[in-house]
Design a protein around this ligand. Structure first.
Ligand SMILES: NC(=O)c1ccc[n+]([C@@H]2O[C@H](COP(=O)([O-])OP(=O)(O)OC[C@H]3O[C@@H](n4cnc5c(N)ncnc54)[C@H](O)[C@@H]3O)[C@@H](O)[C@H]2O)c1
Length: 252
């Protein structure tokens, strides 16, 4: 049987570890050529090596999603190498915990810059390429349950993710006529480095999942089917939406 995404070209930011890494592996397994983009080049190279060892095609690229020039360079490398682009996954994100009272302005700016501005810069660069190619495309953003519910020590993060929800809907309405869909995935808690920030122990992390209807936090691979749905043929008529993949921990 032909792979789901044979011959397509994908850019996945934040693919050096965590959920982005799982996304890059899954897209490559479905036949995509994947640009594994991360500010952490060692992480990106490790993901590329893993894809190659499984027979897939990938290339690493060091990118800082907050820098327009760095993003432009990433997109240029991808188009030069694989002569086009089909999908962008805006996965890169940060979540350094702090209360509003203690938060300094630099921390606020960093979270908004990486999560929200990074999503804007990468989406804008990708959208220009996708529109010029004229063959449609997919953009998938990463939001969070935090965009919808209170997140103590995470007001900056919650604001950035709620901003991405608004951005997703607006961009979807602008790009629909080009057959470019724009959607978001909202995980609950996923077993990566991110939810361990601010001294959260493994014990606390796994215990939090036991209260979820499905009884556990997610593994990165639990988020993959939503991405493959949005990027595959089944996602063709879906845009401006948020898919909640959270074990029932939040029900909108
Ligand atoms: N883990 C969770 O519980 C959870 C829950 C909801 C949403 N999310 C979202 O999913 C996405 C992935 O989260 P994760 O848990 O895999 O995080 P992670 O911390 O494991 O990985 C994030 C990756 O983003 C990269 N990155 C950070 N800043 C960057 C920048 N400026 N430019 C390029 N790359 C940069 C990091 O180097 C890292 O490889 C994030 O957007 C996050 O907000 C995660």
């Amino acid at each position: 049987m032909a792979a789901l995404l044979e011959g397509k070209v994908a850019v996945v930011t934040g693919a050096g570890r965590g959920i982005g890494r799982a996304f890059a592996l899954a897209l490559a397994a479905e036949g995509c050529r994947v640009a594994v983009a991360d500010v952490d080049i060692a992480g990106a190279e490790a993901t590329v090596n893993e894809i190659a060892s499984r027979g897939g095609t990938a290339a690493s690229s060091q990118v800082d999603v907050t820098e327009r020039g760095s993003v432009a360079n990433l997109m240029r490398l991808v188009v030069d190498r694989w002569t086009g682009l089909d999908m962008l996954v805006n996965d890169a994100g940060v979540f350094p915990r702090a209360t509003v009272v203690d938060m300094d302005e630099t921390l606020w700016d960093r979270v908004i810059d990486v999560n929200l501005k990074g999503t804007f810069l990468c989406s804008q660069a990708a959208a220009r390429i996708l529109i010029a190619q004229g063959r449609g495309g997919r953009i998938v953003n990463m939001v969070s349950r935090a965009a919808y519910t209170a997140y103590p020590r995470g007001a900056h993060y919650a604001a950035s993710k709620a901003g991405i929800v608004g951005f997703t809907r607006s961009l979807a309405s602008e790009l629909g006529s080009y057959r470019i869909t724009v959607n978001a995935i909202a995980p609950g808690t996923v077993n990566t480095a991110m939810p361990r920030a601010g001294g959260v122990t493994d014990e606390q992390l796994f215990a939090s999942g036991r209260a979820f209807p499905l009884g556990r936090i997610a593994e990165p691979e639990d988020i993959v089917p939503a991405l493959l749905f949005l990027c595959g043929n089944g996602g063709e008529y879906m845009t401006g939406q948020v898919l909640h993949v959270n074990g029932g921990s939040f029900m909108p």
